[in-house]
Design a protein around this ligand. Structure first.
Ligand code: SF4
Ligand code: FES
Length: 275
């Protein structure tokens, strides 16, 4: 059957999507402002108007900051880097949810169309004792780096990419290692957990390497040290609330926590045997 012919587009007519016709939106913002780590913070109200529904949440904060700068105010400090869900830098609690209401996704992947016109939006930093506030919405998440420094590495020389590919890994293990490696280290799991536990993060880092032969030489030391540093940094324990899994932008499964527990029990057992 012949397809109906589409008349050629008049190049002088601008391309328009259906969304272009939607009305700009207005919001009331309640944003946590705190001058520095030692000051007391508070929620400050702002009105923001004429925001396109297709503005990202961080772009909306940029627009607010431009307005604050123009009017002699102090811009809101917040973290971001890649703005495409890769780096894990953007760490905001939006309306009480780590990374906001559009899961799975980092807050940089959240768009204003997810909110209602006229809605009040509360923006706070991640509330975790191990993530001290630096300023406004910026927290220090170097406690996660210290967990990785304790064991999230290999000492085996894997060679260049073609050589590494010559080490055979079963598809099943490679897929699980890849799934765990997707963790972007954002810390939302700890922020969402009522115990401020970083178990999902540590589980992803431990599991990623323990599934691979390259990770075998440090397998035992890695899990013992990472769990020790995780406790030392002040993170809580897992009590299976699954809040971490619900907010994780990388869709890390809570089943990796079971893997972490098995790795830990195995390492302790072997340590007792003097291995
Ligand atoms: S496990 Fe998920 S929520 Fe936790 S740090 Fe990694 S990516 Fe972020
Ligand atoms: S800015 Fe990189 S994940 Fe959000």
């Amino acid at each position: 059957m012949r397809k109906p012919s589409v008349p050629p587009r008049d190049p002088s007519t601008p391309l328009r999507s259906a969304q272009d016709d939607r009305e700009p939106m207005n919001f009331k913002l309640k944003i946590w402002r705190q001058r520095d780590a030692k000051s007391r913070g508070k929620l400050v109200n702002y009105d923001i108007r004429d925001i396109s529904p297709d503005t990202s949440f961080l772009e909306m904060l940029d627009i607010l900051n431009e307005h604050l700068i123009r009017t002699g105010g102090e811009p809101v400090a917040f973290d971001s880097d890649c703005r495409e869900g890769i780096c894990g830098t953007c760490s905001l609690t939006v309306n009480g949810e780590a990374h906001g209401p559009d899961h799975p996704g980092a807050v940089c992947e959240l768009y204003m169309r997810k909110f209602r016109d006229g809605e009040t939006i509360t923006v706070e930093p991640f509330r975790v004792g191990a993530f001290p506030i630096i300023k406004d919405l910026v927290v220090d998440r170097s406690s996660l780096d210290r967990i990785v420094q304790a064991g999230g590495f290999i000492s085996a020389r894997a060679g260049s990419a073609p050589e590494a590919n010559s080490i055979l890994v079963s598809k099943y293990d490679a897929d699980l290692a890849m799934e765990a490696a997707a963790c972007i280290g954002c810390g939302a799991c700890a922020a969402a957990c009522p115990n401020a536990s970083a178990m999902l993060f540590a589980a992803a880092k431990v599991s990623h390497l323990s599934f691979l032969p390259q990770g075998a030489p440090e397998r035992q030391r890695r899990v013992l040290k990472m769990v020790h540093v995780m406790d030392e940094q002040g993170f809580g324990n897992c009590t299976n609330t699954y809040e971490c899994e619900a907010v994780c932008p990388a869709k890390i499964s809570a089943s990796f926590i079971a893997k972490l527990n098995r790795e830990y029990a195995r390492a302790q057992f072997r340590q007792r045997l003097g291995e």
